[in-house]
Design a binder for this molecule. Sequence first.
Ligand SMILES: [Zn+2]
Length: 305
Amino acid sequence: MSAVPPGFAFRGPGLDRAELLRDDPARLDALWPSARVLVVDAEGLARFPRPPRETAPATGAEAMPGDVAQRGDSLSSARPAEASLLGLDGDTAWFVLPHEALAAPLDGRLGLREAAATWPALPAAALAQARALLHWQHRHRYCGACGQAVQRARAGYSARCPGCQLEHYPRTDPAVIVAVSDGRRLLLGRQASWPAGRWSVLAGFVEPGESLEQALVREVMEEASVPVLSTCYSASQPWPFPGSLMVGFHALGEPVEPKVSDELEQARWFTRAELEAAVAAGEVTLSPRLSISRTLIEEWLAQQG
Ligand SMILES: [Zn+2]
């Protein structure tokens, strides 16, 4: 098994989403017995049968894809209607099945953050995709236009309303996340609810009718009262906690003293030396490596070299 890839989680490579297969039920039925199936519960945890105690992982944290992604025919002889297609890895199809669809519950539980920290890129990305897709299905059981119960279609990737014929598609909520520098220092903030010492770059959801850049400028002003002068796109990260896409930027801000409102408890500028010293002294804890937040900070530190 390959090592956990460097950089932030869920960038891929993921599955081939095999979009045409979603409309080919006969082929999906044929792929089911040998498929890998992720069973995900309403809380977004992967569920799996815990093997006997001698061989079992003590907690979900040690479970690997081989424990968690079960063969289709071990769960059901025929493809359940609730199974959604995630895609193909070579000739092997991957599906996600809601835990409620099983007759008997499974004991093993694994969170996506734990999987992302220990799994190779492909199964970690597949679990992220599974979690986000099921979250959408759980939260969109009824038509938003007329209120009737919707019917799943296209192997889980669409929902049709039998009342008004509207077709609904999986939703993703974009958010911007930005490392603001004044050319010499990096702007970090902390929320009151975070563990002591945790600092991060600023982030916020994109509002209707707003560009990514407009959202970025607005959020930095709202959270820290720092005017942004220019922006530069870095990378994006699927963030299925529960259904976001984090769009990462670097930005140049005016070197004014930050003033926080109610969203942040504190915001301040750090020079590279101040940040490295605070981290070394344990006074500042940065986001875990699986998040794009950490990558943006490390990119900024590297630019200061
Ligand atoms: Zn409707």
